[in-house]
Design a protein around this ligand. Sequence first.
Ligand code: ATP
Length: 460
Amino acid sequence: MPETVTMEKIVAFCKRRGFVYQSSEIYGGIRSSYDYGPLGVELKRNIKEEWWRRMVHAREDMVGLDSAIIMHPKVWEASGHTATFNDMLVESRTSGRRYRADHLIEDATGREVEGLSPEELTEIIEGDERIKDPADGGRDFAPVRPFNLMFETYTGPVKSPENIAYLRPETAQGIFVNFKNVLDTTRVKVPFGIAQIGKSFRNEITPGNFIFRTREFEQMEMEFFVEPGTDEEWHEYWIEERFNWYLNLGLSEEKLRKREQTEDQRAHYATRGVDIEYNYPFGGWSELEGIANRTDYDLKKHAQYSGQRLEYFDQANNKSFIPYVVEPAVSPDRIMLAFLVDAYTEEELNGERRTVLKLHPRLAPTKAAVFPLSKKEPVSTIARELYDDLKGDYRIFYDDSGSIGRRYRRQDEAGTPFCVTVDFDTIEDKQVTIRDRDTLQQERIPIQAVRERLQGLISG
Ligand code: ATP
């Protein structure tokens, strides 16, 4: 029986194998900031590359963008973030701790209260349900108040109000403000999308659950511009497309579901929102990705605040319109946590226990390891030549220390899907053994064929 995966196990594993470290650890660490180690950075890059490949390179109706983190402050006025990008904050007078009011109530009562006003939330907290401070059981809270999640900074040497700038809380606005640039400089035609990957920042009141909710994170967002009236159909399309992306990369179907956002949970401008949720080991189903119908809200607002025409001219039908927008938005950090949890397996093998990370070959940080059975000539030279031939396109690992069994275990834990062993027979028959991480099947093939064989196995 495989053992249940807990967050403690995953966090310890990520540290031990160099996937994720606490940031600034030598100084005692800083809460909710993490650094991606040698294996973690490969896994996260592979996630982003798979997204980009499927969203941009494999399509005719998509272009990419990389916009700045610091934008004109008017962008955030127009988008509504300055006024309304708030979480409801409540402070306990007994412990001094601060909580997100919606989370505090939901955890205590199971009631969904997203979207309620500060007054309504205060009333619930002070009401019959007698919400307690999880830290000390206290029941004395200050009134709930909105708290803006944007990080503020200043541009230039003078810290005056007119120099205030923000670290972007979403990458999407960089896409909307470049809508006209892309229309004018490329040959895109509606329906088309603009995709972007980059860092976002939110001063979350209660970050937590490892890399699930942090104050600095990456986002992969895509804005798909469509003719009004076709938006609902496209929304359906993108929900399916994104859901299938996870399945194709091997995420367990029974741990993945779609959930319709309620009116209270939806952003005020969205007509419909669907979350793709994953059943994480902390507290169950949680949002992995959100797919929203943002309507023409953002383009209209930016047109209004900038005084520019942000319309699309449809030459075929000789008419102009402001497109509607369908947006899939997700963080590769959250995706990485889902894939790690999903892939992490402790199992019994020939009377021995092994930990194995059953990641899809496309996501695996290291695609293959090369093992010479002996450190001596000519086995080591043949192995080294094979390694030199394979490296470059992918991360390949060369390991000549310890027993073969131990070398396998190390690669199993790192999620390496294929191990290639050069042995004494190789000298004569010019063949090597490829071992599959999951099935443990071994196949003997000519050394000349390894490169092509691996390519097939990884992309298949
Ligand atoms: P939540 O309700 O969990 O705070 P949200 O609904 O505000 O999230 P969106 O604004 O829809 O989140 O953000 C889009 C995506 O960005 C989310 O689905 C998630 O993958 C990611 N994301 C948002 N906030 C964070 C964060 N603090 N840390 C990591 N990823 C995040």
